[in-house]
Design a protein around this ligand. Sequence first.
Ligand SMILES: [Zn+2]
Length: 357
Amino acid sequence: MSQVMTVKLKLLPTKEQSAFLKISSLIYINTVNSLVSEMIQTKELTKKTSKDIDVLLNSSVKNQVIRDAKSVFNKTKKKNYTVRHILKKPVILWNNQNFKVLDEHISVPLIIKDKSKRVSIKMIADQYELDLLNSSSKIGTLRITQKNKKWIAQIAIECSIPTQSSAKVMGVDLGIKIPAVCSTDEDEVLFAGNGKQNKYIRRRYGSCRKKLGRVKKQNAIDKMNNKEQRYMKDQDHKISRSIVAFAVSKNVGVIKLEQLINIRKQTSKSRKNNRSLSNWSFYRLAMYIEYKANLLGIKVEYVDPSYTSQSCPNCTIKNKAKDRQYKCECGYSGHRDLVGAKNIRYAPVLDGKSLTA
Ligand SMILES: [Zn+2]
């Protein structure tokens, strides 16, 4: 089985490069739109080749224009010409033979002063995104567009996914003191990101406190200091990678995570509230776990977080944990976060995957 995904990269073009991207992407959509108009008039697919199209684009990009226009036309035809799709947002595409992703640059041909030239545009990519690109079985088209005045590159890739048949379950409790505690239904345990994570924890706390109540989740992510953001992302990649690697080594087929609670609905000073302080950052960690697990054929399910930190994993009685240790009258005692992970394994799965943060 294979899955088509999109790898997103941030681009940092120079002023000059940005101007050329802007012009080329406008020419791109205008040419697609006019080709579609022609086809709608004749009600036939165009027979034009790149040679018949006289605009300032490379011939490989012109071929991509023709492909795009044909696909837009086919969609319009299917709807009996009742819906007309017009490209409005500037975009430009290259097929996989015409772009290269290098370490910190992406290289594409552009027309500059009437000549086709290879342009190397600086990019920002997570190690994870680079890993995805390297592990993909097929690389598709590159799409460059502008979002909120920033240039981004989207690369379509195909990854092969092994089919997992194991029914073994692992609960993962995301926390502040320890980033993640895992427990399989055979009681194998992993404390992920444990130990030298003080910096990570402090930042997760600090940056979220500052933002709480002032801005929405997406804004908080956007406005977070870039360096700090990259550090946190990097840590989350490492933690999620170790969790998924542990799941693979124990032949786990299903990972269960708590559904995160809406930040605005939280008022009481519970442990769960503490956690929701930085809900959006848990959201990212959860997404990374899901993303990586799915690539390896492991399913991710979200469970009801009620009582997962209070119920005794042995006798189900509810107790409040004192400090980091959880004790029950039945004789069970263990690390508080491990209790959470154990309960998450058997907590009821919620519908859909509507993670809210
Ligand atoms: Zn008990």
